[in-house]
Ligand binder design. Structure first.
Ligand SMILES: [Cu+2]
Length: 268
């Protein structure tokens, strides 16, 4: 029995490790400025943790086999353990955990704590059960006022985000169900939620941030490749959570301007 357990534990360990090493189910190729940094940090974490995981599981299998039931009737011996070893692995774990946090803090801060560039394209993201709406401030660079009592999800577009059309600044605001972004330009997001907590997740951008009712959360990132990328809601937000996805279309600045002009024309 001890031998069977050893084989099963080792097999599960090695087979699951294989899928990670072979990158069988992996990230989509990165499409934002922070993606290479995040991927590098992920690889470092993955290798360090992988070594710990494989070593721990291989020793577990070995010890299960070594201390198997040999049918002897000798009395069980109780051991207190080894204080030196316990201190050693607790300290090592702390060093690893705190060290990885320190290493990644600048990447985390670059999208959150540092303010967005002055020429960043601002997009307000409104999450609601179960859709995403994207609002652009238009040529005046100012978002018009929104009011919660005007929010009506069933109308879609401007009505869904509760745009106050009596505010002059709201006249040129553009609301879209698809997120258009210019490539190689910093994007400042303002994340809002209409009802419950949602999470704006764009795997290709390595970008994920909760949208929380009552908060306007500012974050920024820079898309570096054109194309269509999937947005998924990464917070279980209700029955329709599974279908709460959207598309980011990253296009050249000219195509973005053209799209914006067409939307402005529709607004008139
Ligand atoms: Cu959601």
């Amino acid at each position: 029995m001890g031998l069977v357990l050893l084989i099963v534990i080792w097999l599960i360990t090695l087979v699951s490790t294989y899928f990670f090493v072979a990158k069988t189910w992996w990230f989509p190729p990165g499409a934002s400025a922070a993606a290479p940094l995040i991927d590098h940090h992920f690889t470092v974490t993955f290798i360090l943790m992988g070594i710990v995981f494989v070593a721990a599981q291989l020793s577990l299998g070995f010890l299960v086999w070594k201390y198997r039931d040999r049918g002897s009737s000798s009395k069980a011996v109780y051991s207190h353990g080894n204080t030196t070893l316990e201190i050693l692995w607790t300290v090592l774990t702390a060093v690893l955990f705190i060290g990885l946090n320190l290493m990644s803090s600048s990447i985390w801060a670059s999208e959150r704590f540092r303010p967005a560039a002055a020429d960043a394209q601002r997009v307000e993201v409104t999450a609601m059960q179960f859709a995403w709406y994207f609002r652009y401030p238009g040529p005046d660079g100012k978002f018009g006022a929104t009011r919660p009592e005007l929010e009506d999800a069933s109308t879609g577009g401007e009505g869904a985000v509760g745009l106050d059309t009596s505010d002059p600044a709201s006249k040129d605001d553009v609301v879209s169900g698809v997120m258009y972004l210019p490539v190689n330009r910093e994007i400042e997001l303002i994340l809002r939620s209409h009802d419950v907590i949602h999470s704006f997740f764009v795997p290709a951008m390595r970008f994920k941030q909760d949208a929380v009712p009552g908060l306007a959360i500012h974050m920024h990132f820079t898309p570096t490749r054109t194309g269509d990328f999937e947005i998924a809601c990464a917070e279980l937000c209700g029955l329709g959570h599974y279908k709460m996805h959207g598309i980011v279309k990253v296009v050249s600045q000219e195509d973005f301007d053209r799209w914006m002009a067409a939307r402005e024309a529709e607004n008139q």
